[in-house]
Design a protein. Structure first.
Length: 202
C-alpha cells in the first residue's frame, strides 16, 4: 500500500485531497515537523530535503507536493489530460502555483503575521505580488475553455472548506480568488473537491 508522509500544512493537504478524490488506498504516516521528525535519519532516507509531503509507492519514492501530484495523476490515469494541449495547460498552472502563488503567500504570511519586526516594505511588496497573482487567478477562472481542456470542472466548490484546508485563512488580506485558484490547480487538474473531509485530518 502507498505510504503518505504528511503534516497538517498546506502542501501535504494537496496530496491528501488528491488521494481522497482518486480513491487510492494509502497509509497516512504523520511527521511531527514541530518536533523535528523530518530531520531524523529514517525520514531523510525518503526525502533528503527534509520536507513533507513524501510518498513511498512500492519501489518509487517521490517528494515535493507537485511532483507527487503529477506522479499520482499518471498512476491513476485521471486529472492530467493525455493530449498535449490539455496537459500543457494543466502543468503551466501547476508551475504557476509552485513558482508564484505558493512562495508569495508564504512570504507574505511570514512578514505580515509571524516576523518579530514588521517591515512595511516587505509586507507591501508581497501583498502587491499577491494582487498580481490574484488577477491571473481571475483570468484563469474566466477561461472556461481552458478549464475544460485541463480537466474536470470545479462544480459545487466548497469555498470555506478549501480555505480551511489550505490553512491560509489567517493570511492578512489574502484574496479569496487566490485561495480558490490555488485549489483549482493544486490537484493537477481542475477537479471537483467537494465531499467528506480527508480521513487523516481528524
Amino acid at each position: 500500500m502507498l505510504k503518505f508522509y504528511y503534516s497538517g500544512a498546506p502542501n501535504p493537504t494537496k496530496v491528501a485531497l488528491f488521494l481522497e478524490e482518486s480513491g487510492l488506498p494509502y497509509e497516512a504516516i504523520p511527521v511531527d515537523t514541530r518536533k523535528g521528525d523530518q530531520h531524523k535519519p529514517d525520514f531523510l532516507a525518503i526525502n533528503p530535503n527534509a520536507k513533507v509531503p513524501a510518498i513511498v509507492d512500492g519501489d518509487a519514492v517521490v517528494f515535493d507536493s507537485s511532483a507527487i501530484l503529477i506522479y499520482l495523476a499518471e498512476k491513476v490515469g485521471r486529472f492530467l489530460p493525455a493530449d498535449l494541449r490539455g496537459r500543457s495547460t494543466t502543468i503551466q498552472w501547476v508551475m504557476w502555483q509552485i513558482a508564484g502563488l505558493g512562495p508569495m503567500l508564504g512570504q507574505h504570511g511570514h512578514f505580515a503575521l509571524y516576523a518579530a519586526e514588521k517591515i512595511p516594505y516587505a509586507i507591501d511588496h508581497y501583498r502587491d505580488e499577491l494582487g498580481r497573482l490574484r488577477d491571473a487567478g481571475k483570468r484563469l477562472r474566466r477561461h472556461r475553455a481552458d478549464e475544460a481542456r485541463a480537466g474536470e470542472h470545479l462544480d459545487g466548490l466548497d469555498d470555506d472548506r478549501l480555505v480551511r484546508s489550505q490553512g491560509l485563512h489567517q493570511t492578512v488580506d489574502a484574496p479569496r480568488d487566490i485561495l480558490l485558484v490555488t485549489c483549482s490547480v493544486l490537484c493537477v487538474g481542475l477537479m471537483p473537491l467537494t465531499g467528506p473531509p480527508c480521513r487523516w485530518s481528524g
